[in-house]
Design a protein around this ligand. Structure first.
Ligand code: CAA
Length: 440
């Protein structure tokens, strides 16, 4: 069977930066380590007043098309995944296509366009749609452009404010991909949840603590479901585990849960048992609270073992490097995690061709999905081409007053005209609500 997967990826960050320990923490009267150590974040990427989901998505897509030498005729499908849409009818992909058409000779009249919504998991769902479209043979030799783009902003004063972010990830899905082959097997965990909502409102209503529990519960279900189709997972089966990263501290919790799950009833559990005892079994406890307490104690002991710490340092920590500097990009977040791990491997001279990634996507409301991916032999060239480090370096560092101003400018309920902090250079810029961006 011909491989189908991600041929190329490009990342576009919001052009501003909010320093969490240096600027945010002092204003909130909090210890900077709450952000750097607790949540695991150093900074958020923030959109300048001329940036929005359309401009960031179009900029990422344009960079990708230029680098891969793609013309509109090569693309048979454009899907945008976002939870920051401003239009309940016309999909964001049409705005993005409009931007791209303004700089290419051809057009996208032949392309199927859509918008995917299921909170942060929509980026992965769009990948799945593209994969299925190609596998079904409906692509007529063309590839699919998948764009995950979000301005993940919270109301000022909301607990989620520290986890904001803004940016876009563009991916080209095709046969014989250079970067990643997607697997057919997937596992799901899905339930009707109300921990994170945006019913016709710009900023989310969030029950933050509950959202953490829902993430963990759905991810565990997805892992079990994945194992039911792909067979039992072992911690050494995959080189990296990129997970949806609203903030790195969330993934720290998910990694522990996943490790405990995949080592249960294995030789690893037996070896660990000499040090910290065997994992608590539900059937050995009369009541749920006592079982939960035993699990908590086991997890506390597990995270201190050398074995777990080495696995975490090798398999999970490299997925978090970009997220630490950009915050939550919602639909793009898990795709940033994958890119981050591959970038770290490239920088340390490691060859990943043929290696497996275990990818955990999640969207509030809520659904988790687990699937495996295989790294392809063009991965080094693809990852080397990313200029995300230079983009991050070039961001304008907001003062607290700047931040308040630009946050207000992005609040749809306020009509505030704010000057630009940065000067757009060869990029699409926001041109008023409901219009496509113009390339400056
Ligand atoms: N030094 C070191 N660590 C510190 C510290 C310090 N001085 N002060 C606090 N911490 C630690 C805390 O112990 C805590 O760690 P643990 O959870 O491991 O105990 C961590 O820092 C955060 O502290 P708080 O729990 O007190 O932080 P908070 O209540 O202000 O906010 C939050 C946390 C509720 C998750 C908030 O960030 C939030 O609402 N975020 C938005 C919702 C979210 O991202 N949920 C994630 C799951 S849902 C999802 O994934 C979808 C999505 O993208 C939104």
């Amino acid at each position: 069977m011909t491989a189908v997967g991600i041929d190329a990826i490009e990342i576009w960050t919001g052009n501003l930066k909010l320093d969490l320990p240096g600027t945010f923490a002092p204003e909130k009267g909090e210890d900077p380590e709450k952000y750097t150590k607790g949540l695991g974040l150093n900074a958020s990427s923030f959109p300048d007043s001329y940036e929005d989901i359309v401009t960031m998505g179009a900029n990422a897509a344009h960079r990708l098309m230029e680098r891969k030498g793609l013309e509109p005729d090569d693309i048979g499908r454009i899907d945008v995944a976002t939870e920051s849409s401003f239009d309940n009818s016309k999909p964001v992909s049409t705005y993005v296509a409009g931007c791209l058409e303004s700089v290419y000779d051809g057009d996208f009249h032949h392309a199927n366009k859509g918008e995917r919504k299921f909170a942060c998991i929509a980026g992965t769902q769009s990948l799945d749609d593209a994969y299925n479209w190609i596998r079904a043979g409906r692509n007529r030799g063309r590839g699919a452009l998948v764009i995950a783009t979000d301005t993940a902003l919270y109301a000022r004063g909301d607990a989620g404010e520290a986890t904001q972010g803004a940016g876009a990830v563009a991916m080209y899905i095709d046969e014989d991909p250079d970067l990643i082959e997607l697997s057919t097997e997937q596992g799901y965990g899905s339930a009707d949840e109300t921990d994170f909502l945006k019913p016709n409102q710009q900023f989310p209503s969030v029950d933050g603590k509950r959202s953490v529990q829902v993430y963990l519960a759905r991810m565990r279900e997805a892992l079990e479901d994945y194992e039911s189709v792909a067979g039992d997972v072992h911690p050494d089966d995959f080189v990296f585990a990129p997970f949806h990263t609203p903030f790195p501290g969330m993934v720290r919790k998910a990694a522990m849960l996943a490790y405990r799950h995949v080592t249960r009833d294995t030789a690893v559990e037996e070896e660990l048992a000499e040090e910290i005892g065997r994992q608590p079994r539900r059937e050995a406890f009369d009541d749920e609270d006592a079982f939960r307490e035993a699990v908590r104690e086991y997890m506390d002991a597990l995270k201190k073992t050398d074995r777990y710490q080495e696995w975490y340092a090798e398999t999970v920590d490299p997925t978090l490097a970009l997220s630490r500097e950009v915050g939550n990009w919602y639909t793009g977040s898990v795709h940033i995690a994958r890119a981050s791990a591959l970038k770290q491997a490239l920088e340390s001279g490691r060859d990943l061709t043929g290696e497996t990634l275990l990818v955990g996507s999640y969207g509030s409301g809520a659904q988790a999905e687990i699937h495996a991916e295989t790294v392809q032999d063009g991965w080094e060239e693809e990852i080397e081409a990313l200029n995300i480090s230079e983009q991050l370096e070039a961001r304008y560092d907001l003062s607290w007053e700047d931040y308040e101003e630009v946050h207000d400018a992005h609040n749809h309920e306020m009509d505030i005209d704010v000057e630009e902090f940065t000067t757009p250079e060869e990029e699409f810029v926001f041109d008023g609500w409901g219009r496509m961006g113009e390339r400056k």
